[in-house]
Design a protein around this ligand. Structure first.
Ligand code: ACO
Length: 328
């Protein structure tokens, strides 16, 4: 294992104030709070007012992470936003974040890897900081999936919430930092979880919008199956790459899609609930935001501290999945 070159200097997150409970959803679609809780573990989620841009949450999360890290926005030279629900098709949401934060010396771009977007961003930032002259990076994972949900489709609309989380990266010290990461994809299974609308294939014509082509399509059972298998495999891989055993981890932070997925992966590693961070009951699936929100909550609440080993692992549309081992 080589010495880490970059470490997390600070974290932050932002979620909307508005809560959408399972009881609220019962009034909107043919579902029951009991079904949602039993099948997903979700009790409530945070949702934006329609028309709220992702950059609003991303800027808040980013600013909080910079304050936590004690880093001046002018000293940030890289901003990466993992998202599939950016403010616009172009420019990148990272550019709006850059402008709002006054990080005028940064290169800014987005990464599209759905729920794995934050870990994808983390590895890209880590690699760029090792090979180029970047010293401070702001990596944000954020999504407003409620902007592309079909609120009449009970298979999907109960799952998602909105939010953003961020981490500031800088040069590593004392053996702390990103020990290993791995990114994987399988585009042959893209049809199991996708949003067909509003790209070049299906532009937003009146007819396409009427057909709800801009909403999420998902084969939930298949996604579930692939998520458990691939998250397990890739977590084993990054542990091997880091020369660590699962028992060396102080905490596992899995993507918060469904409590049953988290429990199935934890069980494969024999991890008790004290070693796994779970907040899916409060936020639902916030896509790229789920891991950095959890990381920030765990750090700020004192469950994680300097020197602790954390595993992160995610799976989502693409399929794209990713994992990492970080010594905080
Ligand atoms: N309320 C009540 N009943 C429902 C609901 C609902 N909201 N949704 C589905 N059902 C019904 C189904 O119609 C089905 O009824 P039937 O047996 O009469 O046909 C029954 O419940 C069971 O349906 P399943 O789809 O088999 O339920 P499952 O246990 O698989 O749970 C779920 C569904 C929660 C979607 C699960 O499969 C899951 O979490 N999958 C992974 C989703 C995921 O991680 N997505 C990530 C996407 S995010 C991204 O990458 C952008």
């Amino acid at each position: 294992m080589s010495n880490p070159k970059t470490m997390i200097l600070g974290t932050g997150h932002a979620v909307p104030d508005k809560i959408l409970s399972n009881a609220d959803l019962e009034k909107m679609v043919d579902t029951s709070g009991r079904w949602i809780q039993e099948r997903t573990g979700i009790l409530e989620r945070r949702v934006v007012e329609p028309g709220t841009p992702l950059s609003e949450l991303a800027v808040l999360a980013g600013r909080r992470a910079l304050e936590d890290a004690g880093v001046d926005p002018a000293d940030v030279d890289l901003i990466i936003v993992g998202t599939v629900t950016g403010d616009m098709k172009f420019p990148a949401t990272a550019c709006f974040v850059q402008a709002a934060l006054g990080a005028s010396n940064a290169a800014a771009f987005d990464v599209s890897a759905a729920c794995s977007g934050f870990i994808y961003g983390l590895q890209i930032a880590d690699a760029l900081m090792q090979n180029a002259s970047y010293r401070r990076a702001l990596v944000i994972g954020g999504d407003i999936l409620t902007s592309m949900v079909d609120w009449e489709d009970r298979d999907t609309c109960i799952l998602f919430g909105d939010g953003a989380g961020a981490a500031v990266l800088g040069p590593a010290k004392e053996g702390r930092g990103i020990l290993s990461t791995s990114l994987r994809s399988d585009g042959s299974l893209a049809h199991l979880l996708y949003n067909p609308g509003c790209g070049s294939l299906n532009p937003p014509t009146e007819e396409n919008v009427r057909k709800k082509i801009h909403t999420i399509r998902m084969e939930g059972r298949e996604v579930f199956r692939h998520a458990v298998k691939n998250m397990t495999e890739i977590l084993r891989q990054v542990l091997r790459q880091s020369d660590l055993e699962i028992t060396d981890l102080d905490m596992l932070i899995p993507h918060q899609a469904n409590l049953r997925i988290i429990e199935a992966v934890s069980k494969k590693f024999g991890l008790g609930s004290d070693k796994v961070y779970i907040n899916v009951e409060r936020f639902g699936n916030t896509s790229a935001a789920s891991i950095p929100i959890a990381l920030d909550e765990a750090s700020k609440s004192g469950r994680l501290g300097a020197g602790d080993h954390v595993g992160v692992v995610a799976f989502g549309a693409g399929f794209a999945w990713a994992a990492g081992i970080i010594r905080l």
